[in-house]
Structure formats: C-alpha cells, structure tokens
Design a protein around this ligand. Structure first.
Ligand SMILES: [Ca+2]
Ligand SMILES: [Ca+2]
Ligand SMILES: [Ca+2]
Length: 478
C-alpha cells in the first residue's frame, strides 16, 4: 500500500513554499563528531512479559526481509507545491530580440495600461519592470490581468511575476545530515511551510523522561501513570514525575531503554540549535506520560494516559494544563479492545489525533491493539529505500508507513546504520529501528498539520495523509 513519501501540500494553506522540488539527496559520509551517535550496544527485542510492548529494537533480530518484495516507491505522485508569493508590482519580461528599456516600458503601457519603471536586466533578453498605481505596487490581480493581455498580444516572449524563492530549511544541528528519515519523508520541504506551532502539544505515552539538552526546551511537564509499584520501579504508583528509572525491555534490568526519549526526540528535538539532532516538528512541544515500566505496562494505565493527556478529568489526578492535540503511542499488544476504544473515543471528542505503532513481529495487524482500533492512525515501518522492513507488521489496519529504519543495513553507504537517529535520556544519540520509530514521524507530521489547522479531525488527517503518499507495493499493508 503506501509508504510515506510526503509532500505536505495539505498544510500549506498560508504557506511560503519552496521554489524548488525538495532534495532527497543523502549526505556523504562524514567522520563522527564528538557527540557520536553510538551504534547499538545491546539487543532490545520488542517482546516483554507485560501485555503491552514497545515496538523498537536497536539490533535487527530479523535476518531476512524476504517476505517483502523490493520495489522503489513511486515518489510524489504528481502533486504540485503551492505557488510561491511574488514581489509586489514586479514583472520579469523575456524578449525575442534585444529591446531597449523605453520600448519595453512603452509596450507595457500601450498594451496593458501599466505604468512601470525599468528595474534592470538579467540578460540582454531579460528585463525587470516595477509597476505602480497611485504610488502603490500594482496589485497581484491587476498584474495577472496585464500579463494576460500582454500574452494575448504577443508583446514579449513571456511575462511573469517576479516570484519569491526560498531555500529549504536546513537546520544547523550537526547530526541532521544523518537523519535520512526526515528527508525520505520530505519533511525538509514541510519545514519551509511550517516548523510547527509552540502551542501544539504531542503526548508521548511510553517509558518516561530522561535528560537530554537537545530535548529540554521543547518538553512540558508530564506525569507518571504506572499504578503498579513493581512495574513502576520508582517506589510508588502514580506521581507527577515521569522520569524513567528502569526500562521495560529485558535483559536490561538496570537503566532505561530511553525508548520514550527517542520517540520524543523524533517529534520535537530542539532544532537549529547547533546541537545534536533535529526534530520532525521542530517548534511543537512534547510531554512524557510514563505508562511503560519494568516488563511493559497495562492497558488501564495507558487509557488513563490518553484521557489525562487530552485534558479530561481523571479522579485523583490534577488536570493536565497543556492538553495534547496529538498522542503518540509506540506500543501495543493483543488485548484491551474496549479499554482502548473508550479512551480513544475520549481523545477524538477532545479533537486529538492518536498515532500508534503497528508492531514488529512481521505479522498481521488484525489482532494488534491499539493498531486495530478504527479511531487511530496505525503506522508501519519502511527502510531507507522506502521498502517494507523485515520486522514491520502489516495488514489492512495499517493506515500508513513511515521510516522505521534497519540498523543492520547501510543502503546509503555512509558508514552508519540505517536506523532512526534520535535522543536518549542519558544525553546521547542513538540509532534505533522499529515501528516505534516510524510512529513519531507521523505524529510529528500530524502536529505540523495541526499547527496549520487546529480543527482537523481524524478522518481529515487520514484523508490528507493518504492523498499525499507514494505507493509502494512492498509497504506493510497487504
Ligand atoms: Ca511512580
Ligand atoms: Ca538539535
Ligand atoms: Ca547508512
């Protein structure tokens, strides 16, 4: 079905778009900087003893992707970028023959009624005209009408407005060149339209928070909703400190997996700050809802997280002061249908979009919760080439696919694993792979969309996503 090759016209209503097609070129190899994104040290398989698991791994564990046919995705599907703004009152005029400035201005006035001054040459056959009316630049509409008349009269070889061209936003974060996963989604094109609104908030329901200076500025206060003391491993049940103390994934019994920190960094790592990585929605904000602890988490705690995140009253808890418009859940299992349905309905009623992972078992999503809840956007994983990864789950429940990476591959030959590079809670940056990593790419994209239009519903978001993806026969829906 669909791999996420996004052109983001959907969020471009009031945009200042780029003048050129986006670059998808991958960066050449560079020697590792001081803040080296460390290749995976220990396997973190997705399976844990709890009902609900994270969908990530930093070592493939799957030796073959043979279940998926390799095919290059089609790309942009013929979508056009929104027309650029123009410089008021200005025209660029191409001529067949060398004309002097008076002749150009004379034709503009006699044929189109335009009063202009000559604004110089780009070549002997390329002139600029600056046209005014009552001391103001001629309006865009009047210029368009004049261009029509001049074209009809064949006054020149061509006449067109002087358009504003802009560079694609390339953040100065030193590790951005290794974040191939944003470029394959064409998020760099999206960033010329919006980098997100600071009042759009994404809740990350996952393992808890850690410390990474590249994420701090975009992080709002969160909550620890793990009700079972053993699972929580922080000495108590629910509390207002989402700091992670123990990862959910054996065999690591000490320290965190920093799964939630990695997910949060993909959404909103501080961007263009000359440090570390970029985030997918650079100016939106995130908060951590700690729902996964030792061995995983419970569907009850996750449901609590959803309702609290969107600002609903939860007896016994202070109300969330910064309700989320988007919820990221890079987790799942095979139970809890009614519990998820109830919580997801609450999110929908609050206008929030719920984005979840499809899972990493190379299996059908029919029974995967909450992926199979019709109210969520369920995300599969593709690799650097846009093909389904060997691990991704697949099925008609998968809404869309996004870069999840493959850490045992180096298809771009840059010497680094083709995983998703993001923040860890110990201040480092790591490559991970998984539908867990694909999901926050879509959550970030939805946050950008919400930044442009806060009223977008689940159905509208899904329709917009589906209208702007490339097809790939190998992507994870069958
Ligand atoms: Ca606690
Ligand atoms: Ca950064
Ligand atoms: Ca690579």
């Amino acid at each position: 079905m669909r791999s996420l090759t996004i052109v983001l016209l959907l969020i471009s209503a009031c945009a200042a778009p780029p003048a050129e097609p986006p670059s998808v070129a991958l960066a050449p190899y560079q020697p590792p900087p001081a803040s080296t994104p460390t290749p995976p040290a220990t396997p973190q398989p997705g399976t844990v003893r709890g009902l609900v698991r994270v969908f990530a791994s930093n070592a493939s564990g799957q030796s073959t992707g043979a279940a998926h046919e390799a095919e290059t995705p089609k790309g942009l599907g013929g979508k056009q970028v929104t027309e650029s703004p123009t410089i008021p009152g200005e025209l660029v005029i191409g001529t067949h023959h060398v004309l002097d400035r008076r002749e150009v201005l004379s034709r503009l006035e006699s044929i189109a009624g335009l009063r202009c001054t000559h604004g110089g040459w780009a070549s002997e056959h390329l002139h600029r005209a600056i046209c005014t009316e009552h001391g103001e630049p001629v309006s865009r509409e009047a210029l368009e009408a004049a261009i029509e008349r001049l074209t009809q009269a064949e006054a020149f070889r061509f006449v067109e407005p002087n358009f504003v061209a802009q560079p694609h936003f390339t953040p100065n974060d030193p590790l951005f060149s290794r974040q191939w996963h944003y470029r394959t989604m064409k998020l760099d094109l999206a960033w010329t339209i919006t980098r997100g609104a600071s009042n759009v908030v994404v809740a990350v329901l996952d393992t808890g928070s850690g410390t990474n200076p590249d994420l701090t500025a975009n992080t709002l206060p969160g909550i620890d909703l793990i009700s079972d003391v053993t699972t929580a491993a922080d000495g108590d049940g629910r509390d207002l400190d989402p700091t992670d103390v123990l990862g959910p994934v054996p065999p690591q019994q000490r320290g965190s997996s920093w799964h939630g920190m990695h997910v949060a960094g993909t959404i909103a790592a501080t961007t263009d700050n000359r440090l570390g990585v970029a985030g997918g929605a650079p100016n939106v904000r995130v908060f951590h809802v700690r729902v996964l602890g030792r061995g995983g988490g419970s569907t009850f705690d996750i449901a609590t997280g959803i309702t609290w995140a969107v600002g609903e009253a939860v007896p016994g808890l202070p109300r969330n002061q910064h309700p989320a418009q988007v919820i990221n859940m890079s987790l799942g299992g095979t139970g809890g249908t009614q519990t998820y349905a109830s919580a997801v309905a609450s999110a929908a009623a609050a206008g929030a979009i719920v984005v979840v992972a499809a899972g990493n078992e190379d299996a059908d999503t029919a029974t995967v919760q909450p992926c199979n809840n019709p109210g969520v956007i369920c995300v599969g994983a593709v690799d650097l080439r846009g093909n389904a990864t060997g691990y991704t789950n697949y099925g008609r429940e998968v809404t869309i696919s996004a870069p999840g990476g493959a850490v045992d591959r180096d298809d771009d030959g840059n010497g680094d694993p083709d995983g998703v590079l993001s923040t860890f809670g110990d201040g480092t940056y790591r490559y991970l792979e998984g539908t867990s990593m694909a999901t926050p790419h879509v959550a970030a994209l939805v946050a950008l969309m919400k930044s442009q239009n806060r009223t977008l519903t689940h159905a509208q978001v899904v329709a917009a996503l589906r209208a702007n993806v490339g097809d790939s026969r190998s992507a994870p829906t069958r």
